[in-house]
Ligand binder design. Structure first.
Ligand code: VGL
Ligand code: ZN
Length: 212
């Protein structure tokens, strides 16, 4: 913490289902874990998010008979991608990867626990209105800069970073501490472009000391 406020790290969804062997695996998703462990002790506050769905969650294709995996449907006016079943509350796949160092984590935000609505961002559900409370937590500690990393660059990292920037935090995405699903193909690149356009800065973990 300094006179210009503090810096927080948000570690997004480093859970077994998003790592190799998981039901919604991100290619080489586990490779970012040592990079995250290497930097997480440098921040004033560290938040980890955990995707945490009931088994009857609307984001699971199996809960929409006749619909294909990865197709989209509209629910309450919100476009929803239909994913394989993942991060079911209390399941092994919902656990953090055992190699992730949780000791520096101050707060765990669980998201996606309302069966009617998905929640990619750590700040709001996908209606972009219902808050998780994280904004107030971070503002309560005078956090001004947010560094986002984790899985997946083109979904939960993307929406978390865009919301952080929108909420007035100076926002950074640590590229080598994040990995994407790239669905549909090209989505990682497109997401990075959108983040840059929105004012989010993309940095490398070795450079955090220049911004923290
Ligand atoms: C995520 C799809 C569905 C993510 C979560 O963590 O990026 N993606 N649920
Ligand atoms: Zn999910």
């Amino acid at each position: 913490m300094n006179e210009t406020g503090g810096s927080a790290l948000i570690i997004v969804d480093v859970q077994l289902d998003f790592c190799p062997g998981g039901s919604l695996e991100v290619k080489e998703g586990d490779k970012i874990i040592p990079v995250i462990n290497n930097i997480s002790e440098s921040f004033y506050k560290v938040v980890a998010t955990q995707d945490w769905h009931p088994a009857d969650h609307i984001s699971f294709a199996k809960n929409h008979p006749g619909k294909e995996l990865f197709s989209t449907v509209e629910i309450d006016g919100i476009e929803q991608t239909l994913w394989p079943e993942h991060c079911v509350q209390g399941s092994r796949g919902a656990e953090f990867h055992p190699d992730l160092n949780l000791n520096p984590v101050d707060l765990i935000i669980r998201k996606g626990n309302n069966k009617r609505i998905d929640s990619y961002s750590a700040f709001f559900e996908n209606d972009h209105k219902t808050p998780t409370g994280l904004e107030y937590y971070l503002k309560g500690f005078n956090i001004k800069r947010i560094f986002v990393c984790g899985l997946a660059t083109d979904y939960c990292v993307f929406y978390t970073a865009m919301d952080a920037q929108y909420l007035g935090f100076q926002t950074f995405v640590i590229e080598d501490a994040s990995k994407g699903v790239d669905f549909p193909e090209g989505n990682i690149k497109a997401s990075i472009e959108k983040m840059k356009k929105g004012g989010v800065r993309l940095i490398k973990s070795e450079d955090i000391k220049d911004f923290i």
